[in-house]
Design a protein. Structure first.
Lengths: 419, 554
């Protein structure tokens, strides 16, 4: 039995790397600095260690050969999930390139809200260490931050010391649109965050008015989606008065049509504030299940984010038409490779086409896939790299135990070579 | 296997060979002396061909976060240059900010065998190495960025001695796996976080009270004292600001004779004369370079067309965002380390400022006398994509072609440049110095950039052609570590290059202060910050090549 300290987590997206984990054979127990997201993700037991073809246990070689056979004469294979580490994504993209597949990350429909805004007008963003040391005002838009990343406030807002703030507990937090599920945003002084709730799909209107107020445009209405304009004026004033204001949102939490326009309005508002003699930055929350990793590696390998097809022999990005659900519903995809090394609950969508699952050991299926290859989890069963939410820091994931499970990269490289 | 390259016309400035007919022998990836006995397995008849070592781009943005932001920002640019996969090459995209695989192929197809990323943020160094790890064929390396990091500024404010700075710089180089140190807008990126919008050489950071001049001095001293061959790599203050020629001259004067490399100096050579209050400072800059032997430069030539600028200088990139074309841009503050700014640009020959920028770059090339102290760059992709190098070489080597292009640019810009009167044409040997021997010497690569025995066999063979653009865009052969990778300007096989680093010593007690700083203010543990060798080598493709420090016994 050993204890491993300073363990980084690929699960929470905010790059916590201070976990202490007790390792007993292949059993893990988080004994320090766990949270509702990380603890179960680390402690998930290993069940399957053998690959299966048609429900029958086989050797890895046989499973790989079967996977290659299923992919061999396909017209448009689809590689979904794409939840793995950097080396896993490297293998995945090599396979996609060779097989002429579509690559689509599991969280892309949410992330699309950010990409469309970024690719249309850009943004001014910041990273976690800047938040930790500089942020004096945090505006949370449409997102339950602590449900997303339970330790966000503890690590990056209520840190005891910062380089540039006298008293970190004096930072102010305001929620717009969504009510937080707990009290993590309450400052150590006992000051709770102010909350201005509205229906989530009313946020476009609310945010548009907020931007107008930042730009000192006259607003005739007195309320917007149930929020008093005087309250929005107070938020605008705080953004303009802050030394280093930060606006955060999780693209996936803005679950309504054309939410990219909300991200764009926020991002343009942040630019406006920076033109009014103070600083302000955006902080998009993400980094779950390898989503930033998928987009980064696909970005440097193809030029595009991880919703890209290789069917013509070169990468083609389409944030709408390359969606998993669309390709399955339309019947265009004729084989599915589901790659999910982090989350046993994220099983492939049900489909009648041949399905190969390269998934975390412990995954269970309503319908047994044609091929199931259990793989190790990056940061538990093998070393690796994963991007955290701010896309700058790639954390070095540690190997914690000897499970004998292959990595995603090993499996996908083997399938590619067998093709 | 013994390879013989027979009777090529060799330009090898590292050995003082200037266009002499010679044979070259290759075994086990390296160039060897003529073996007494052995049988030649493969011979290439290079009679009449021009032979140089593989070219080295000493400043090109090929790895790291801002490049990937630039890629993500511009899907429309990629769509115009899709790259098909083949049996031996991966698919991807080209133009302004190509995908990693295409970067490797296209560099190799121009005869380049190494590229160095000049702006590796310590906290983003893993990404820089991972991206470069996906660039085939090329060797690579990085200069780690310091000077706006809060740790250094705290050391300066606390009046720590030079030894403390040296230990910190050496430790950071080791942790980030670097071969050089760069400073970008010294202290300016940090000042932008405190809402300062400009920072002159002697202007104080509003929080730390430190000036860019002090930062340059301590970092240049540190680089020299810890024995790093590559001088401090400086992207100066006031990039792009009319009148910044004076800042640059003051920077040269202020460094007090220490070795210093001024990068993309074209963007720092602007005067304020004329009707448009924008003029060329190239002559003054060139005169200062010619006089100050401690200074090296690369040009950062702009060439006309669409590109994207990606820089650590978020202060200046924010100020320049109004020129974004297409109108979208990104800036970031990053990890109490640095920042970045990505702004797409379309340089137009009928725009007075762009036209004069073009002329300023060329004036600089032609007025600096010593080709060992000037390097051919476009600051890829900031001045132009690296794929435009053959065109740039023609502009330097062919006066009539240069003047032909000059006669087509904005007429007022033509009046504001002395370019038409400059007769100089670069020779093949001078090109070989700038892009090979000089670059290897500047970076401190012990066994690259030359064709004498003992060097790695990175070799490019061209067909002599008076159209230098045609000649340099399509080499007959390119060998990388002795492997034939390009024939007639097309990749025929691929391999993986190495990562060049230095490993300067530091007092291990430096980690005491750093651990405390990381625990209190950073977002990761000190131990998780440092990049280990296996991160570069574990995929079975990467390798690390350690180069000597100055003062090491070779």
């Amino acid at each position: 039995m050993t204890e491993i300290t300073e363990v980084p987590s690929p699960f929470c997206g905010i790059g916590t790397d201070d976990l202490t984990i007790k390792v007993d054979g292949v059993l893990l127990k988080v004994i320090e600095n766990g949270c509702a997201v990380n603890t179960p993700a680390f402690e998930q037991p290993i069940t399957d260690t053998r690959a299966r073809v048609a429900g029958q246990e086989v050797s890895l070689e046989v499973a790989v050969a079967k996977a290659a056979e299923l992919l061999k004469d396909t017209k448009l294979p689809l590689i979904g999930g794409c939840a793995t580490d950097v080396n896993g994504m490297r293998g995945l993209l090599a396979l996609a390139d060779k097989a002429g597949a579509v690559v689509d990350n599991i969280n892309f429909t949410g992330a699309r809200n950010n990409f469309l805004a970024l690719q249309d007008s850009g943004w001014m963003n910041t990273t976690l260490a800047e938040v930790k040391n500089r942020c004096d005002f945090l505006l949370v838009v449409g997102t339950d931050v602590e449900a997303f990343a339970p330790r966000f406030f503890e690590r990056y807002l209520w840190n005891k010391e910062s380089m540039f703030l006298e008293d970190t507990a004096a930072r102010e937090v305001i929620y717009l649109g969504r009510v937080p599920s707990g009290t993590a945003s309450t400052s150590p002084n006992g000051n709770p965050a102010q909350v201005f709730p509205c229906a989530i799909d009313d946020l476009p209107e609310v945010v548009a008015v907020l931007r107008a107020l930042v730009k000192k445009q006259p607003i005739r209405a007195t309320t917007v989606a149930g929020i008093n304009v005087t309250d929005l004026q107070a938020i605008a004033d705080k953004l303009l008065a802050a030394t280093y204001g930060v606006v955060t949102w999780a693209a996936g939490a803005l679950a309504y049509r054309q939410a990219e326009l909300t991200v764009q309005t926020l991002s343009e508002m942040i630019k406006d504030i920076n033109n009014r003699d103070t600083r302000c930055s955006g902080l998009p929350l993400a980094g779950k299940e390898g989503d930033q990793t998928a987009n980064q590696v696909c970005g440097w390998t193809t030029g595009y984010p991880a919703r890209t097809r290789f069917s013509k022999g070169y990468p083609e990005y389409d944030p709408f038409l390359n969606e998993t659900k669309l390709l399955l519903d339309s019947g265009e995809a004729d084989a599915l490779v589901w790659v999910q090394a982090f989350n046993v609950k994220a099983v492939p969508p049900e489909t009648s086409i041949p399905t190969i699952v390269v998934g975390r050991s412990g995954m269970t299926f309503a319908k047994e896939p044609d091929v199931f290859i259990p793989v190790g989890t990056p940061g538990i069963d093998h070393a690796g790299h994963a991007y955290r939410m701010d896309n700058v820091v790639a954390i070095r994931l540690k190997k914690l135990r000897d499970s004998g499970l292959p990595s995603t990269a090993e499996v996908l490289n083997a399938i590619e070579h067998a093709l | 296997m013994l390879i013989k390259l027979t009777s090529g016309t060799v330009y090898d400035p590292a050995s003082g060979i200037d266009g002499q007919q010679q044979d070259i022998y290759i075994r086990d990836g390296r160039i060897i002396d003529k073996p007494a006995d052995a049988v030649v397995d493969k011979e290439y008849d290079l009679k009449g061909k021009v032979v140089m070592s593989g070219a080295i781009d000493m400043h090109t943005h090929i790895g790291g976060g801002k490049g990937n932001i630039a890629r993500t920002l511009l899907p429309e640019d990629h769509r115009q240059d899709p790259v098909h996969r083949s049996d031996i090459t991966r698919s991807g995209c080209g133009h302004a900010m190509p995908s990693t695989f295409v970067t490797g192929y296209r560099y190799a197809e121009m005869g380049y065998t190494a590229g160095f990323e000049p702006a590796v943020l310590p906290n983003n160094a893993r990404q820089a190495h991972m991206e470069m790890g996906d660039i085939p064929i090329l060797d690579k390396g990085g200069y780690v960025m310091l000077g706006s990091d809060d740790y250094l500024l705290r050391l300066l404010t606390a009046k720590k001695d030079q030894k403390a700075i040296n230990d910190y710089v050496a430790w950071t180089m080791a942790g980030a796996k670097a071969i050089g140190v760069k400073v970008v807008n010294p202290g300016g990126i940090n000042a932008f976080k405190f809402n300062q919008r400009k920072l002159d050489l002697d202007e104080q950071n509003s929080h730390y009270g430190v000036t860019p001049r002090e930062i340059l001095k301590v970092l240049a001293t540190a680089v020299k004292e810890i024995g790093v061959a590559h001088p401090l790599h400086v992207h100066g203050c006031n990039l792009g600001v009319p009148g910044n020629v004076q800042t640059t001259l003051d920077t040269i004067q202020g460094i007090g004779g220490l070795p210093m490399h001024l990068t993309h100096i074209q963007f720092h050579s602007y005067g304020t004369e004329g009707d448009f209050k924008f003029s060329s400072g190239a002559a003054q800059i060139a005169e200062a370079i010619n006089r100050n032997k401690n200074i090296t430069i690369d040009v950062g030539q702009i060439l006309f067309g669409q590109t994207v600028t990606a820089s650590g200088d978020n202060m200046r990139q924010h100020a320049n965002h109004k020129h974004a074309s297409p109108n979208k841009w990104v800036t970031m503050d990053i990890e109490c380390d640095a920042g970045c700014g990505v702004v797409p640009f379309k340089y137009k020959d009928q725009n007075f400022v762009n036209a004069l920028q073009w002329a300023i770059g060329l004036e600089t090339f032609l007025l600096v006398n010593d080709p060992w102290r000037i390097f051919l760059t476009t600051d890829h992709p900031n001045g132009a994509p690296f794929t435009s190098y053959p065109h740039l070489i023609r502009l330097l080597m062919d006066r009539s072609f240069r003047n032909e292009v000059l006669s087509t640019i904005h007429p007022e810009a033509q009046k504001m440049t002395t370019l038409a009167s400059i007769e100089r044409e670069y020779t093949l040997q001078e090109i070989a110095i700038m892009t090979r021997a000089g670059a290897a010497r500047l970076i401190g690569l012990k066994d690259r950039g030359g064709l004498s025995a003992g060097n790695w066999a990175d070799i490019t063979v061209y067909t002599d052609n008076t159209d230098r653009q045609k000649m340099f865009e399509k080499p007959d052969y390119v060998f990388k570590d002795g492997q034939l990778v390009v024939v007639d300007g097309k990749v025929v096989s691929t391999k993986w290059g190495t990562t060049h680093v230095v490993t300067p010593d530091f007092d291990p007690s430096v980690e005491k202060g750093l651990k405390d700083y990381f625990d209190r203010y950073m977002t990761m543990k000190l131990g998780n910050f440092k990049i280990s060798d296996d991160e570069i080598t574990e995929d079975g493709r990467g390798s690390i090549s350690v180069h000597p420090l100055t003062g090491d016994v070779a």
